[in-house]
Design a protein around this ligand. Sequence first.
Ligand SMILES: [Zn+2]
Length: 325
Amino acid sequence: MNIRATLRMVALASVFGLLAQSSFGQAMPESANIPQPHLAKARADAFGENGWKFPALITCYPNEGQSAEKVIKDPGPAKAADNLYFLGDGIVAAWAVDTSDGIILIDTMNNQAEADKYIIGGLRQLGVDPARIKTIIVSHGHGDHYGGARYLQDKYGAKLYMTALDYDLAEKSVGRSTVWGPPPRRDQVASDGQTVTLGDEGIKLFITAGHTPASLSMLIPVKDKGQARTLLYLGGITNKNLSPQMHAAYDGWTTRLLQVSAAAKPEGIIGNHSSYDEAATKIDKLRAMPDKPNPFFVGVDNSLRYLRVLKECNLNNAAIEKGGH
Ligand SMILES: [Zn+2]
């Protein structure tokens, strides 16, 4: 290596060292002031046109000065595409996919009161009969996603899908939160590669472990202005403070979904927290400019870039948590 290259390496190292020390604060592990090649790769993919930045980058240490838990203004219920409804509160999201035979609901908010307000009330506000909820898919076994499930199962007799490991996780979490409703009643055990069908809709499930032992991600066919398009739904995005095994599993699914997406060509990514998919911001844009292209569809290339950022952030975080290697 010549002198100039060596100097450049030293300069880069100090830049990353400064970044790591200044923007993460006390929780930053000691070893983080060394160069982070995965962070560099994530950053290279994370910046779009006009300074727009993929929110996936906030999963990396350091967190780019933005908290993943930041409070976002509740956008209210919204139609995100012809047959896709957003029913969240700006922090946590539930989504409803409208089919020829009823509704497939993805996630159920924290508890009965929130399910009443955001899901049942939200659908009514949008002119959709909530009694059409026939199928529920719970992305993972954390109470902010399953908490309203038992109530909706009982009220509408809806069929519910969750993975076996995450049913276990949900049942183990009883008593850990005063906010979360009870775990869902055990019903269908979701499996990897399964397609959940209702009427004219088929949602393909992928087990994407890491955030929990068996979170679910999905390919969701939707219609936008009458045109058939596909969205990729990610059921567990955060990748900090995981065991080495869960970091490895996360790396496995990001690699796999990159391959799957190269073929399935999703044109946008949604998830269950607005801080990661910017749903609240996109809904505001959609309302302000309904005749412009739908902001939920950012294109196949940008969807792949988003996945690459998650992949590199996970590798970055795994290295930092392990001790910098
Ligand atoms: Zn979670």
